[in-house]
Design a protein around this ligand. Sequence first.
Ligand code: FHN
Length: 447
Amino acid sequence: MKKLTLILFACLCSLQTLSAQDITRDQRMQWWREARFGMFIHWGVYAQLAGVYDGHEINKAGEWIMNRGKIPVAAYQQVAKQFNPVKYNADEWVRMAKDAGMKYIVITAKHHDGFALFNTKASKWNVVNATPYGKDLLQPLVAACKKYNMKLGFYYSQAQDWNNPGGAVNRKVTSEGWLNPDSAKIDAYTKDHDGHWDPAQETATFAQYIDRVAVPQVKELLSNYGDVAVLWWDTPTNMTDDAAQKLNALLKLQPNIITNDRLKRPNFPGDTKTPEQKIPKAGELDGSDWETCMTMNGTWGFKSWDDKWKSNETLIRNLIDIASKGGNYLLNIGPKADGTFPEQSINSLKTIGSWMKVNGEAIYATHATTLPQPAWGRTTQKGDFLYLFVFNWPQDGKLVIPEMKQSIVSAQLLAGGSKLKTEGSTIQLPAKAPDAIASVVKVQIKR
Ligand code: FHN
């Protein structure tokens, strides 16, 4: 009996090992392809400065304030001593993402300033050791994502790191002259020091930074936070194939993980392409998995004075346009230093959520159609159903599907469900559009 039990146990183990290794790429990607919509979160010490340093408004993205302002390492690390997000409520964050119709969250575990939002042994420059808050910020998010069945991924700046010695610095960036009276001297220094502006950044080599910080931290992220759905690499500045290989090897800790194309090009393509702040043309990225990441306003990290908020129409139509081309939309939130989302972000998430409650089936698990992009809006498809997103409601009520080859079995409005008359590839619409931003017609076709 004992021998039989042992044999059965051995078979079970080999099956499990086999299944973990045998997950196909399509199986790994399935949830991601069906999700279509996720939340990006850029959060860190930079939120404390909120786009202002030493009384000066710093231009461009808020999370780049240390580099743009050429803030000395010691001064920037002093800012962390004020970072105390007492209003942080991960449950609220994930609830808002879920109610908006988002299916996954990707948060900056460590951005270019090197500040780790998690309890890392690889560097004291982290939320536990360097701030009055003193607690890991990722663990509560892991718990809340589990509670709400939300996939969680980590953004990790694997090369740029402006605080941990040896980290790379994007060399194209010069200081905002008006902040540093001697910015000419600083810019000259950066030119001779591979972009670094503070000698404290240069007390180790890049290779040592990779071995001492990046590799151990990615290992911590992939070992200590349960199932990690996505590893979102960013800016492979100075990356070498050797360094990339060391980091890529860690992914075996999470057999189902999805990664992007930003570890190091071209030898590490990852699973997804990442057009940023732009939506590819129809067909441009056909055949690949791609995700457009975008801000809601003019910055990824919070800035108190950025008011370039995009309209809800733009945000919802971006989602539709991206889904109609077969891509995912990773829409960013830049939380404030106290741990709350900006009011405008909360309001937009609510509006998007209301629209998704009625029309989400036209986004989730759909793919691009073979139809040409209609003048009145966009289309998606899921099995025997076409979804027509009408931006411009026809005055005469006649919605013509261009170059429609299949015959229409039935048509209905998603909002309210009322059946619509059809004649050939023309659908008779009611006088008034149910939704000013985008009304959806669900069409059953005979394939
Ligand atoms: O430099 C970063 C930037 O701060 C932000 O994180 C974006 C988001 O995709 N990625 C880099 C710019 O491409």
